[in-house]
Design a protein around this ligand. Structure first.
Ligand SMILES: [Fe+2]
Ligand SMILES: [Fe+2]
Length: 204
């Protein structure tokens, strides 16, 4: 589980960033995130960020990486777009996971969460759907969130040339997809609770 203080800090940072967009309806969106478990949710069942608070941590990491890549490659994205897309690309995971309790009654260590329920709307599609219930996304933001999995989305290239059309429509998609991968591979899995345990052992 993520350290409680860190989780609280992540929440404050995310809420402040969202409020700074001043997008109409943002307060309602923040309320939804808060009441439906965004800040407590893991980011996956058994992979990156698979601990309480992992989704918020991952989303913040993607936002930071995306922000960095926007500057590094002069992508010219609006700050609001980086904030909304980075923080909300995985909004589809709100309420998606529950603890994976084995028949023995113990929690699975290898896969601590399982998917809870089914709303077969897609991954990026569902994020856009949830977010649009509260705020209006620009076409660029909607496309970025919809296709953030790029070729890992089964429908990305199912029509010949679909990938090119999407990349041409939103050239910054590669940066978002890379930001997502970088956060998942190099940041999210540094489980803060493990790190703080190690620090305590080192300090003891
Ligand atoms: Fe995702
Ligand atoms: Fe993600």
């Amino acid at each position: 589980m993520i350290d409680k203080q860190q989780a609280a800090k992540n929440k404050v940072t995310i809420v402040n960033l969202l409020k700074q967009t001043e997008r109409e309806g943002i307060e309602g969106l923040i309320h939804w995130l808060d009441t439906d478990g965004f800040f407590e949710s893991p980011a996956s069942t058994q992979f990156h960020g698979n601990y309480d608070g992992g989704l918020a941590y991952h989303s913040l990491n993607v936002y930071e990486e995306f922000n960095h890549l926007n500057e590094r490659y002069n992508l010219g994205l609006e700050q609001d777009t980086i904030t909304l897309v980075g923080l909300l690309h995985d909004a589809c995971k709100v309420g998606l996971y529950e603890p994976n309790i084995l028949k023995s009654g113990n929690r699975s260590e290898s896969k601590p969460y399982k998917t809870n329920g089914e709303f077969p709307f897609g991954h990026g599609e569902l994020s856009v759907y949830y977010v649009q219930q509260h705020i209006q996304l620009t076409p660029e933001e909607a496309l970025l969130i919809r296709w953030h999995m790029e070729k890992y989305d089964a429908t990305y290239d199912f029509v010949n040339g679909q990938g090119d059309r999407i990349r041409n429509a939103v050239p910054s998609l590669c940066a978002l997809s890379c930001a997502d991968k970088l956060a998942s591979a190099y940041i999210d899995d540094i489980n803060p609770s493990k790190v703080s345990q190690q620090q305590q052992q080192t300090q003891a």
